[in-house]
Design a protein around this ligand. Sequence first.
Ligand SMILES: *Cc1c(COP(=O)(O)O)cnc(C)c1O
Ligand SMILES: [Zn+2]
Length: 416
Amino acid sequence: MEKSGNATHLRCDDCGSEFDLRQIVSLCPKCGGLLEVCYDLEGLKKSSHLFSEYVRDSIWRYRDFFPRVQDKNIVSLGEGGTPLVKSVSLGPSLGLDNLYFKNDTLMPTGSFKDRGYSLAISYAKELGVTRGVTYSSGNAGASFSAYSVRGNFPGLVMVDSQASATKKSMIMLYGMNATVLNASNFGQIEALIEKSVTELGCYPFVNFVNPIRHEAMKTFAYEIYSELKRMPDYSFHCVGTGGGLWGTWKGYNELAQMGIADRVPRMAAVQPECVNWLERAIESGADAIAPYGDGTKTIAQSINGNSPLQGGKRLLKAVRDSGGMALSVSDEEIKAAMLDLGHEGIAAEPSSASTVAALKKKAKEGLIRSDDLVVCIITGTALKQPKVVEQIASTPKFEIKADIGELRELLGKLGY
Ligand SMILES: *Cc1c(COP(=O)(O)O)cnc(C)c1O
Ligand SMILES: [Zn+2]
């Protein structure tokens, strides 16, 4: 029997018969018992160094690029180090040879927020902060909750009353103190956060208002560059506050300023059509952005804010200085992009899929060259919005009885 790597053969639990590993078998052909793969232990020993060299990747690999945090204050769940997946279907169909998805759906609490909260909570502990608050449309709250509870950090989540039931219950699952926040506009929320700092001495964890959170987003740039050994031509981000885009942009710039990379990518910022304040401001050449739009009109819950922080000046700068673009997409385009990502093996929440929806439009307009290297940051998992998944993915098209004839017919229909 021929070996297959260090595996030697299949062996039946019941009758002990041995079979070649290249044979297509399921149960033991002789007695129907279960088969087990057997190995040559001497051969395996050659790979035993794998057990001593393991390092779990996380954002903390790049801790030299953060403000200092002592080991004892680090609160980590293994955030970061996510896969950069090359497109096998959408890229080719758009004529793009180098389309990649940075898959942050795999983060500990299901969104890229974990990068920011791991660093921000750790740093708050380093500073000796005694209480902190955040406002959340859902994912930030879950992430804040997981990291605060693990780090024994006294925090309170104020979750938007609009957040999905799933997102609200995720916050509670991690054991956090949370309150639903009823506010009629983002201005009220900003004012409340501001007063919580000045009047109550709270440390705020809202993006940008907290000056540390987005530092962790630099790791997107470091990870992407480390893996590709070059800069992307385009970096696509969905934009809520824009902390993700800004932090990544900062990371790319550091790589260029240190002389490690020769240039920076164009930053593409994507919003839902109903709150496309950045696109409007870029088009009109504005210096600052006023609140615009109605965020309740989109399924992209994580990027439905109608009010840019501090006039959105950082975002205008990142897009303009990088020669980038601000784009917007409809819910229908987002849903189609969720299915495209599904066909790539990635289950993304609507906000995350908006990057892919926008890229498709730009590629079809011929704005992106076939050899351009494009990375879409896929920020969060579809499981946070199960209702949308049920709506767009529907149920299986076929239904059969436990009948071999029906199965044969169906396989025939599928051309297998
Ligand atoms: C928070 C969030 C965003 C928006 O991120 P910003 O840094 O606020 O722009 C996008 N996608 C998902 C899944 C999020 O949780
Ligand atoms: Zn100042």
